[in-house]
Every structure is written in structure tokens, then in C-alpha cells.
Design a protein around this ligand. Structure first.
Ligand code: ATP
Length: 272
């Protein structure tokens, strides 16, 4: 939409934050606020459409725990301008801060990610790539779900049939691995794996297996083990997210309620 178009004159590029799929991501300064700018290296018309499709989806999203899109500069060189989250990826943050993060704080991050996903569930949107590498840390008490590069809108009863081969097998539900079937229920499975990462200092799920071995293990009933610091009540919730049948899994609004409960709100204020 036009309200998302911004002027390049208002944005000053700073240092490189990281390498994205399409090109470098810089920090920078916008009108009064710090921003992150995604650039596109070889932006032919074709690539440009794919690059901008993530921004197109994000334009319609407005949630306290989803990465906020500020705007797009559509003329060459094409830029996607987002709010900057200085603490970077949750995966790295969990490693750096491993001795400072309480169980209550880790549970809070999971609840925030879950709220973001409940919001997407309400919009019939599947994310398809829920993992700590795709969550950014805005402040020590606030995380934001990002990377909508694989997200799609789906009609009710429908699902998105993936064509990409860049798929995160170790995070995926059995029906996604077997039939490339992605639904809100497969997002719930992935969310469970993401919670496992949060309580495992961002270790890779199933790091002891090859990608090709994962589906056999899942089909013989093997699941990720309880991380040492994960409360048993929370782990039992994860095992429900990992029900083999998609219909056997809770949905995100139910998970928000369960997480609020297991987060012991009497000892830590968990509301936004
Ligand atoms: P891929 O699809 O390979 O993950 P991508 O194109 O989605 O790449 P990102 O992973 O979103 O790109 O961004 C690349 C790097 O830039 C990451 O290290 C990420 O931490 C950083 N980054 C992206 N957006 C922001 C932001 N809003 N604030 C701070 N850092 C960011």
C-alpha cells in the first residue's frame, strides 16, 4: 500500500547486521528511529517480486510480537525497511545470555511467540519456518517473530503445498516431511520444536540424526527429549504439539492459555 512507501532520503545505511537470502541486511537511521534495511543483491524483475513478497505479507500484520515493517523503497536499489531489534537473533541471544535467563523469562519468550502465532492463526496464515533463528530480541523482555519469507495465506480447509527444497526438516511435522503439507497444525508442531530450542540453549533439534533419518524416528514414536531446564508441565504440552495426527494437536489460542498457566503468573508479570 502507498502508506508503506517511504523516501530513501530519510534512511541512512549503517553497518552490516547479517546476510539475508537476497542480500545484506544493514542497520540504519530513519526519521528519528533506528531501522534494519534488507537489500537485494541481484534484483532482476523476477527476484524483486520474490524479495518484496515477504514485505507484502508483513504490510498487513500488526502485532506486538511480530517484526514491524516500516516501509518499502520500490525503486532500484530496492530496500525493505524494518524496525531494528538490536539484540539480534534469539538463537544467538540464548547462547550469549544462557547464565542470565531464568525459566520464567524463557517461558515468557515462548508465550510471546505463541501469541504472535495465535494472531497469524486468526488470519489463516501459516508461517512454515518457526525457529529461534527467525525470532529477534527487541529487549531482554520482548521477542518478535520474523522471517515471513516462507509464509503463505491459506484458505480454510486448505493447505500450502511447498515446492521449495530449502526446507527445515528437523523442525517439520511428519505430514510436512512426507507430503509437503503445511497448515496451522504443522505450525503448532514447529512451535513445539522452537520451544524445545529455547530451553536447550538453541541446540539444533535432532542434532544426533541426519535429515534423512528424522521421519523414520518420528514414525516409530520417537520425540525430542525433555530439555533439563524445561518444566515438566511445559514438556507435556510439547508432546501434545507433537501428536502424529494434525487433529490431535492443540491450536495456538489454546496454547496461549496453557502457557500463561504454566508460566506461573503469580511470581512473574507476564501480560504485555
Ligand atoms: P534467510 O531466509 O536465509 O534466513 P533472510 O533473507 O530472511 O535470510 P534474515 O535472516 O531476516 O534474512 O536477516 C539476515 C540477518 O539480519 C540476520 O542475522 C538477522 O539477525 C538480521 N536482521 C534481520 N532483520 C533484523 C531486524 N529487524 N533487526 C535486527 N537484525 C535483523
Amino acid at each position: 500500500g502507498a502508506k508503506c512507501r517511504i523516501s530513501r532520503d530519510d534512511v541512512f545505511l549503517g553497518r552490516i547486521l547479517g546476510e539475508g537470502f537476497f542480500g545484506e541486511v544493514h542497520d540504519g537511521t530513519g526519521e528519528r528511529i533506528r531501522v534494519a534495511v534488507k537489500t537485494c543483491k541481484d534484483c532482476s524483475a523476477d527476484v524483486k517480486d520474490k524479495f518484496l513478497s515477504e514485505a507484502d505479507l508483513m504490510k498487513n500484520l500488526n502485532h506486538p510480537h511480530i517484526v514491524h515493517l516500516i516501509g518499502v523503497i520500490e525503486t532500484d536499489p530496492v530496500w525493505i525497511v524494518m524496525e531494528l531489534y538490536e539484540h539480534g537473533e534469539l538463537g544467538n541471544y540464548l547462547v550469549e545470555q544462557q547464565y542470565n535467563l531464568s525459566t520464567a523469562m524463557l517461558t515468557l519468550y515462548c508465550l510471546q511467540i505463541c501469541k504472535a502465532l495465535a494472531y497469524l492463526e486468526g488470519l489463516n496464515m501459516v508461517h512454515r519456518d518457526i525457529a529461534v533463528r527467525n525470532v529477534l530480541v527487541a529487549s531482554p523482555e520482548c521477542v518478535k517473530l520474523g522471517d515471513f519469507g516462507l509464509s503463505r495465506y491459506i484458505d480454510e480447509q486448505e493447505y500450502y503445498k511447498a515446492s521449495l527444497s530449502r526446507l527445515p526438516i528437523k523442525w517439520m511435522a511428519p505430514e510436512s516431511i512426507n507430503f509437503r503439507r503445511f497448515t496451522t497444525a504443522s505450525d503448532v508442531w514447529m512451535f513445539g520444536v522452537c520451544v524445545w530450542e529455547v530451553f536447550s540453549t538453541a541446540q539444533q533439534p535432532f542434532f544426533w540424526l541426519e535429515n534423512g533419518q528424522v521421519i523414520n524416528q518420528l514414525e516409530s514414536g520417537v520425540r525430542l527429549p525433555k530439555p533439563q531446564s524445561c518444566p515438566p508441565i511445559l514438556y507435556s504440552l510439547l508432546t501434545r504439539c507433537w501428536a502424529y495426527e494434525p487433529h490431535g494437536r492443540p491450536n495456538f489460542s489454546q496454547l496461549v492459555c496453557s502457557l500463561r498457566y504454566s508460566a506461573a503468573p503469580s511470581t512473574h508479570p507476564l501480560e504485555d
